[in-house]
Design a protein around this ligand. Structure first.
Ligand SMILES: [Zn+2]
Length: 381
């Protein structure tokens, strides 16, 4: 059973049944959030051995909108390592890497995909469609294959050939969909009315699955929140999901204080940083955005406004790093035995830029979102 009670529009606040297949508010088109009965979750936690169970993505299923836990679609995602930094330059602080490369398709997105494809199966759906810069498409293709349902993956022209090869290897259909992620996303959105197709991607169910990055970090630190969590930001779904996870842990009494949430974007694609700096609540899209870090190349971030809200609520911040700074961070991580995709290294570059590696206010966690093998075509320094 699930503790999810309903779906709410984040703009007009209208409430819908949690059993509806919705990708946007049926009234105003706004983004959706899943609501839960946290009192029941709290009772469940008190009455179980939950806190001591081994760390896996599905350990936190009470915070997911899934009814049939005996029918989940899983490749045993999550449970990724929290590795301390051993770099000399980080010696004064207490810096950890959440190494998401250890997920089944090499990227954090498998957590959201597992929840999303499980939900699609629960709803009786036989086909999914997804817009992607590559990583999400590979993840959706893998889990759809696992569930025995068809996947149509819409991908912009700049996507890495390795990611395309990975998507193909899972048996999905690839559709080339223009120059940008937004072009691909528009094509998928147009399928919204076709009831037999489930839109995988940056919608409410995926965000619920991405929360486990946050749950695991706190669990791995013996149920103490770190002082800060630093994340690369493209569309902002991971960032807002980790924010929701922290708020939920606070509501059910597992943590007392929210960690600072820090967003790092590429200098060539930084609409959230710009809005944060200019104290704006809405995002001005950057249609001509450009960076070598293609996994965070989203000039019009879907969750931009929620990211801004999360930064403000946690007294976090937003910072841009150049492609050169990310390439340097990638090199520094490699020397510690961690090969991360260039976009992933934005978080580590951001830590150095903000001087967080020198602070000793408590652990800082730097999320490395994907594996370096995901994109080896990028020019080196
Ligand atoms: Zn609405």
């Amino acid at each position: 059973m699930t503790y999810a009670t309903s779906i709410q529009c984040m703009h007009c606040k209208k409430i819908f049944s949690s059993e509806l297949t919705l990708f946007a508010c049926a009234s105003c088109g706004g983004p959706l959030d899943i609501l839960y009965n946290y009192e029941q979750i709290k009772r469940q936690i008190v009455n179980s051995v939950f806190l001591r169970e081994p760390i896996t993505h599905w350990k936190y299923s009470m915070f997911y909108p899934i009814n049939q836990l005996d029918k989940i679609v899983t490749l045993q995602e999550g449970g990724t390592p929290l590795v301390p930094s051993v770099a000399k330059e980080d010696a004064k602080g207490s810096l950890f890497f959440k190494y998401e490369a250890c997920n089944p398709t090499g990227v954090f997105k498998d957590r959201g995909t597992s929840v999303e494809i499980t939900k699609a199966v629960e709803l009786g759906i036989k086909e999914v469609a997804c817009a992607t810069t590559g990583n999400m498409g590979a993840s959706v293709a893998a889990y759809a294959g696992r569930a025995g349902i068809k996947a149509r993956i819409f991908i912009p022209n700049f996507a890495s050939p390795i990611k395309i090869q990975q998507i193909k290897s899972y048996g999905a259909t690839i559709i080339r969909a223009g120059k940008t992620y937004d072009d691909a996303h528009a094509k998928v959105r147009a399928l919204r009315q076709q009831k037999h197709i489930y839109l995988a991607g940056d919608y409410a169910h995926r965000a619920e699955g991405q929360k486990s990055v946050g749950f695991e970090i706190v669990d791995q630190l013996n149920w103490q929140p770190p002082s800060a969590i630093v994340m690369p930001v493209g569309n902002g779904v991971l960032f807002s999901a980790v924010y929701k996870a922290m708020c939920e842990l606070k509501i059910v009494g597992l943590i007392k204080k929210l960690p600072r949430l820090i967003a790092v974007q590429a200098k060539g694609c930084n609409p959230i940083v710009q809005a944060y700096r200019n104290k704006k609540k809405i995002i001005t899209p950057q249609p001509k955005a450009k960076t070598l870090a293609t996994a965070i190349l989203c000039g019009n971030p879907l969750e931009g406004e929620r990211v801004l809200e999360a930064i403000r609520a946690t007294k976090g911040t937003a910072v841009s790093v150049s492609d050169q700074e990310m390439l340097l961070a990638q090199k520094q991580l490699g020397k510690q035995g961690l090969f991360a995709e260039l976009s992933s290294t934005a978080s580590y570059a951001g830590v150095h830029k903000l001087g967080l590696h020198h602070q000793n206010k408590g652990p800082v966690v730097c999320v490395l979102t994907g594996h370096g093998l995901k994109d080896i075509s990028i020019k080196k320094l």
